[in-house]
Design a protein around this ligand. Structure first.
Ligand code: AMP
Ligand code: FES
Ligand code: ZN
Ligand code: ZN
Length: 306
């Protein structure tokens, strides 16, 4: 297989785009595609300070690498969840540290959940009455920490490494159940609905997981290969498998499913008027919440401490 641009040996054949590229041209193509996505959805500009949420995985480290290559002011945030199974948290932090050490200007901060709040994510999940699932506690904690750090550090937005496969798996899950509220909120950009709630952007939404993995490989980015031990068997992974079968049969179908969903919404497809939720300051931490007194994060802690 030859590179479409120069005729040298291709390192990747992207059937979804009918495009094969050599190493050099693939390493050019990825940042160009990400830049087009940033521009298309007006995610941020060259003067904005961006907080990149990095997990140590290929997507978020690849995203950070691309943003730095494009000249953005992109600083990292690693949230140490305290997952000890398979030394998952220590190992993933190690990848972030090595990535930053190898690049000039790659600064990042770590928020250690246990050191900051007193318990790790699995400990909270175990302590919580009615035994809440680790992943849902984890999501809640990550959202809270990201918002707090972005607000305190005056970042223009938080960028996460969600790729096309992630978004399409969630879209399919939500569509199968016609989850109106979730469908209404699924987007490449979530605007800040309150000064204390950061704008969230996903600059990799047009990249297939296979493309982000190839990018990390070709760029020599070392990343944590294993899934989080609590995510193993998650339904999203099942949908990803299903969608891969569809994609193998009909290349490009994931991208067109996602883009046609966004287009339909732009053309007026509506999931009911959700309206703007009324927000109050949480009585315990001060972050905005739709609940009348405490936010979900603080209610979780109150429950655990009781
Ligand atoms: P996941 O929910 O694990 O698929 O992760 C989605 C995105 O959330 C990643 O691409 C990262 O941008 C961000 N993220 C996940 N885990 C962490 C973490 N421990 N610290 C900071 N950001 C994270
Ligand atoms: Fe949050 Fe696995 S990363 S539970
Ligand atoms: Zn080439
Ligand atoms: Zn609170």
């Amino acid at each position: 297989m030859k590179c479409r641009k120069c005729g040298h040996t291709a390192v990747i054949n992207m059937r979804e785009h009918k495009l094969a590229l050599c190493e050099e041209h693939f390493l050019e193509w990825i940042p160009e595609r990400v830049q087009r996505t940033i521009h298309k959805y007006q995610m941020f500009g060259p003067d904005d300070k961006i907080l990149v949420a990095v997990s140590g995985g290929k997507d978020s480290l690849g995203l950070w690498d691309v943003l730095l290559r494009l000249g953005y002011q992109a600083e990292g945030l690693y949230i140490k969840l305290g997952i000890e199974e398979g030394a998952y948290s220590d190992e993933s932090l190690g990848y972030v540290e090595r990535f930053a050490a190898e690049r000039e200007g790659a600064h990042f901060q770590v928020v250690d959940v246990k050191a900051t709040y007193g318990m790790s994510v699995p400990e909270i999940a175990r302590a919580k009455h009615r035994g809440r699932k680790v992943c849902s506690v984890c999501g809640l904690i990550k959202r809270h920490v990201m918002n707090r750090v972005a607000y305190e550090g005056e970042y223009a937005c938080i960028a996460t490494g969600h790729n096309l496969d992630d978004e399409v798996a969630v879209l399919m899950q939500n569509t199968l159940r016609w989850q109106m509220g979730y469908l209404a909120r699924q987007a490449p950009v979530l605007p800040a609905i309150h000064p204390k709630l950061a704008r969230k952007v996903k600059p990799l939404v047009h990249l297939y997981e296979r493309e982000t993995a190839a990018y990390a490989l070709v760029r020599g980015i070392d990343y944590i290969y294993d899934e989080c031990p609590y995510a193993v068997g998650a339904t999203t992974l099942f949908y990803k498998d299903l969608l891969n079968q569809l994609e193998a049969h009909s290349p490009g179908s994931k991208l067109s499913f996602y883009l046609s969903f966004l287009r339909a919404r732009k053309q007026g497809l509506s999931f009911g008027d959700q309206g703007r939720p009324e927000l109050h300051d949480c009585t315990r931490c001060g972050q905005p919440t739709t609940a009348p007194d405490m936010c979900a994060f603080c209610r979780l802690w109150e429950d655990v401490e009781r």
